[in-house]
Design a protein around this ligand. Sequence first.
Ligand code: GLY
Length: 380
Amino acid sequence: MNASLATGRVAIIGGGIIGLAIGWRLAQASVAVDVFERGEAGRGASFAAAGMLAAGVESEPGEAALCALTRRGQALWPDFAAELEAAADVSVGLREEGTIEIALTRDDAARLRHAFDFQRRQGVTLEWLNAAEARAREPHLGAQLAGAVFSPHDHQVDNRRVVIALRKAFLAAGGRLHEGTEVALAVENDRAIGVRRADGTLFAADRVVLAAGAWSGETAGLPAAARPAVRPIKGQMLALRMDPAAPLLRHVLWTPRVYLVPRGDGRLIIGATTEERGFDPALTAGGLLSLLEGAWRAMPAIEDLAIIETWVGFRPGSRDDAPLLGPSAVAGLVLATGHHRNGILLAPLTADLIARNLLEGTIDPAMAPFLPSRFAAAAA
Ligand code: GLY
């Protein structure tokens, strides 16, 4: 990619995985790019996530278009991870054991079969396992097991390491990062002209990208027509400590209620609640109980593990649970937000699609179903 069109200076609002990945791609193409982050880069949903690259098992019946996007995004990850690791000299912990999804009861198995049939129709490679086959792959699964699915391409990455690497790669490529800098969109004559800092000074830019995750809809200065209907969807999570030399789990594991993600360093991440509570940062007894109980039903051996961390994150949810990608109702303002459950998975693809849109003016066919204008059309 090169800056063949007069892209000019780009300002990106939001220094999470999406903003940094877009910024990195633009900086690699010699575009002058500045990322503005209200807090610390990569400490929002990018930090809270579990890092599952689950285009297969996380695709829900009815989400065919989104599944096509997430599968395309998933295919980019191995090369993206290798390129990022080389650029930043930071390992991003890509693990390729795949995912197992289990059913505990006959009802769960019927639901799992329904999702399995849908996912297979989308082209996802999946293998149905009986209880013995599942237990052969994961010996610590509990006694109650009514069936399982193995998804060989649904891997995981250490999202916290990814954002550390992206920050480094972005800066090394010439990008500029402004942390602790809340900005408003600056608009003149119906066109984005840059961003305005809290002290009122204008940072002029030819294009602005809004990639502020769950905070995107709250960004100051956005005209109503361009304000994305993105809301925070709270997730509580926790981590247990396994013995890294004898981990209880090797695959990512989905149970009917929770998922468990084993990291190479022995952390076992358990997530996540899905709550419509705005930006409520509280960890609740009920939230943690449901995570622990859901995980314990699937793998009773977790009961001896130490709890080493608990946290809350906010997914950027849109009205149809799919991202908003591309030009907005305000000239010069491009949206890259609303990734909901798929921000880590879709970061490399979003970065490519948005960078190509900015550099070449192209709307990739993969992006067309996810243009922000789909909601304006629905409202008309
Ligand atoms: N993708 C996992 C979650 O949203 O909890």
